[in-house]
Design a protein around this ligand. Structure first.
Ligand code: NAG
Length: 460
């Protein structure tokens, strides 16, 4: 009995860890950044995130999904080939954008026929390019030129998409395509944009965009992604924080396990215009654009890293996030410590996990922040309690390495590590990947799985 219970617990532990999502966005414009900031899917660690969302594809005048960049198809293929290395990885294509500031969703959702064309086009596009799902990136229904009726039309789109995905999966006997959406953080926007209790049942997860709360469009410094409100918030800004945003989503009946909290790997900058340099200090527009992201008002984490070498770093206690300032420049950003606080909040509220905007603004090569590659996202992954990632040993060229050579001549599959029962090998195309079991478990070749050591035979 005790043994069974222990086994059940092990399964439960594995289940909890694996049901939590770590969804990472990448952008197809990050390829154009200079030097070591240029990012393509080859720079993705296949074991870092549970899902990768490729931003961005768009919708043409005929309501069909189309590429944006000249080399999108090549990058789709290199992204989706990561699933050969990590078969558990899921990929989604984000569809959105705007033409002259107007979202192509507005025209598409207006009629049942145009929604049907879009849905059919999306399914064949995703299947042709080997994606596992679709992410809707419309900011936002009922806003920025979108009429009030789009709130209901978005519900129709979401429910028709999800029904079409169910039907298609049944017909072709394949795993159902996933459906997710990027959704607004501010309660006042949410109320106008979504019928929350009607859309959430049809979505696999919702990426709440819990950043851009404050930025250089405001007259005083404020943080990009604070966990709580601050004493310097004006009355109208009191809900410009994660706690207010997600609490609002939950109060409207969104299932907590479908809500993903947004973790930014970027900060938002200001140029100070007075002598004060704290939170709520007078500012006049953005600091100089970063040399790599080259975008006014925003610095990637690797640019913040460079800045903090000379800047003064402060922690905003009541908001659980840091800022840094030097001369006239001010940036509110996230670091390992603020990610940990947010993970604690996320866990306490039983959310479905995290989504990260973006892979390409973390120090993805480990070349800027005198740390490992992906210092922020690796920290997030660890704080969320995921099992350690398998370590990849590249094929050695000259020196002999027994671990790296383990898979030479072996068929693809999982194998015991004779030197360490708490780990095992995965062979793929002659390359060796060393995986670690969750703490307390050992690898059993009979089930090709990790399970408790103290029993006669592992349960399947
Ligand atoms: C977080 O939000 C809840 C719900 O709106 C509120 O009751 C609570 O006071 C907030 N916490 C802080 C520290 O602001």
């Amino acid at each position: 009995m005790a043994r069974l219970l222990a086994a059940a617990c092990a399964l439960l532990t594995l289940h909890i860890a694996s049901s939590s999502k770590l969804v990472c966005h990448m952008t197809n414009w990050a390829q154009y950044r200079p030097g070591s900031a240029a990012f393509t899917p080859e720079n993705i660690d296949p074991f870092l995130c549970t899902h990768v969302i490729y931003a961005l594809a768009t919708i043409n005048d005929f309501n069909q999904v189309v590429t944006v960049e000249w080399n999108d198809q090549q990058m789709y293929s290199s992204l989706n080939s990561l699933k050969n290395i990590n078969p558990a990885l899921k990929t989604l294509l984000s569809v959105g954008g705007s033409v002259k500031g107007i979202s192509p969703f507005i025209a598409m959702v207006a009629k049942p026929e145009s929604r049907a064309v879009f849905i059919k086009s999306a399914i064949s596009f995703l299947r042709n390019h080997n994606f596992d799902g679709l992410n809707l990136a419309w900011e936002y229904p009922g806003h920025n030129g979108s009429p009030m009726q789009d709130r209901e039309r978005f519900t129709l789109l979401v429910s028709e998409l999800s029904q079409a995905f169910i039907d298609e999966a049944t017909e072709i006997k394949k795993a159902q395509l996933l459906l997710s959406a990027n959704v607004a953080p501010l309660p006042s926007t949410v109320d106008k944009a979504y019928e929350v209790n009607k859309i959430t049942p049809h979505l696999d997860f919702l990426n709440v965009l819990t950043y851009d709360f404050h930025g250089s469009w405001e007259p005083v410094t404020g943080h990009n992604s604070p966990l709580y409100r601050s004493a310097v918030d004006t009355v109208s800004q009191m809900q410009y924080n994660i706690n207010s945003s997600i609490s609002h989503w939950l109060s409207l009946g969104a299932a907590a396990d479908k809500i993903l909290l947004g973790f930014p790997t970027f900060g938002r900058t200001f140029e100070l215009s007075g002598s004060a340099n704290g939170l709520g200090a007078l500012a006049n527009g953005p600091a100089a654009a970063g040399p790599y992201t080259r975008t006014e008002g925003l610095w990637g984490f690797y640019e913040v890293c460079d800045f903090t070498n000379s800047a003064t770093v402060s922690w905003i206690n009541e908001q659980a996030v840091p800022y840094a300032t030097y001369g006239k420049a001010w940036v509110g950003y996230d670091d390992q410590r603020s990610f940990s606080s947010k993970v604690q909040w996320m866990t306490a509220n039983n959310l479905g996990g995290a989504h990260v905007w973006t892979l390409d603004m973390d120090d993805f090569r480990g070349s800027f922040c005198s740390d490992e590659a992906y210092p922020l996202i690796n920290h997030l992954r660890m704080s969320m309690g995921f099992a350690p990632k398998p370590t990849t040993t590249p094929r050695p060229t000259t020196t002999k390495d027994p671990i790296a050579e383990f898979c030479y001549g072996r068929p693809d599959g999982l194998y015991e590590n004779p030197a360490d029962k708490t780990s095992y090998f995965q062979c793929y195309l002659g390359n060796t990947y060393l995986h670690h079991c969750q703490p307390g478990l050992i690898y059993w070749d009979s089930c090709k799985c990790c399970d408790w050591p103290a029993k006669a035979s592992p349960i399947k």
